[in-house]
Design a protein around this ligand. Structure first.
Ligand code: ZN
Length: 322
């Protein structure tokens, strides 16, 4: 199920950028300390990038620049020291930023921005190429209605969802890699699938699949992919019985179409905790689990979080304190 993304785009004048590029090259070549880390070097569309920076650098947010526009943004949050015997040297600021699934490959820039909006550092990042699957989904009249009919409750539910996903809390619960939410590896849809919804009235709509669909039977245990706080556990019209967990400031995992919900809003859960049983509630053509990761509101490839830690403290520290 796709949720409409809320792109946060605003233009930067090319004059300002030209001046900035000149300064960046001049300063970067001569005096700039290695105080920023960007991991990985070559993210693909849909994948997250972690930016680490020393404390005191003044960076408030990281922004991905695409064709002169500030495309996605993530707030920096503090990552505390394992121990403080080194006088706080091991503490740093980090931001997790998503390269949207629609970004074309090529050389892009991630900028670190201060509170007033000024650019304090630019880091070049090479976006790798990626192919996505295309599929057509035919919806019967009931499912067509769920997707197309205006309904004040749907609008209120969408507003509530976005108020959660756009929130950057202060708490960090999970830095490592995620575990898949079900043991089955049978997938019926993949992250980034280009979908055409064929409505029963003959119209259609194009969207991008925001997560992974696991084709599991009704009643399959659905487990938390990582430690975190349950910030939503309720029924929604479009996504059915739904659970959302906050793992890091701005980083959320979402579990849709559940048959039953077994956790309460506000609960702290460990990785592997039972969240509910899978089902086919909401806009679902059959029993499955839709698992999705949102980073500062942007849908992000869950496989990237299974493959490596969300935030690799050691790798960041190696880069910012070489
Ligand atoms: Zn889905």
């Amino acid at each position: 199920m796709l949720l409409n993304s809320s792109p946060k785009c605003f233009s930067v004048s090319s004059v300002v950028l030209t001046v900035y590029f000149f300064l960046a090259v001049t300063i970067g070549a001569q005096t700039a300390p290695a105080s920023y880390a960007l991991i990985p070097d070559n993210p693909r569309p849909g994948e997250p990038v972690t930016i680490g920076v020393r404390n005191g650098a003044g960076a408030k947010s990281a922004v991905l620049m695409v064709e002169g526009k500030r495309l996605t943004r993530a707030a920096f949050f503090s990552v505390s020291a394992e121990n403080d015997s080194d006088g706080g040297k091991q503490s740093f600021m980090a931001a997790v930023l998503t390269v949207p699934a629609t970004v074309k490959p090529g050389s892009r820039a991630v900028i670190a921005v201060e509170a007033a909006g000024g650019i304090i550092r630019e880091i070049t990042v090479a976006i790798a190429g990626r192919e996505f699957i295309s599929e057509v989904i035919e919806l019967n009249p009931t499912l067509t209605g769920i997707r197309t009919e205006p309904d004040p409750r749907k609008t209120a539910e969408a507003d509530h969802l976005w108020s959660i996903l756009n929130r950057t809390g202060a708490d960090s619960y999970h830095f490592g890699a995620f575990s898949p939410p079900v043991s089955s590896t049978r997938r019926t849809s993949f992250f980034g699938d280009r979908r055409v919804y064929q409505y029963s009235n003959g119209n259609n709509d194009i969207s991008i699949h925001a997560g992974i669909d696991y084709g599991v039977p009704k009643g399959t245990a659905v487990n938390a992919c990582g430690q975190g706080k349950v910030v939503l556990a309720r029924n929604r019209i479009v996504t059915g019985n739904s659970v959302i967990i906050e793992h890091l400031p701005g980083v959320y995992s979402l579990y849709y179409h559940l048959d039953t919900i077994e956790v309460a809003e506000g609960a702290l859960v460990n990785a592997g905790a039972l969240l509910g049983l899978s089902g086919a509630t909401g806009l679902a053509t059959g029993p499955h689990l839709h698992w999705e990761i949102r980073v500062s509101g942007e849908n992000t490839d869950p496989d990237a979080f299974i493959a490596r830690p969300i935030l690799d403290k050691e790798a960041i520290l190696d880069k910012i304190y070489p």
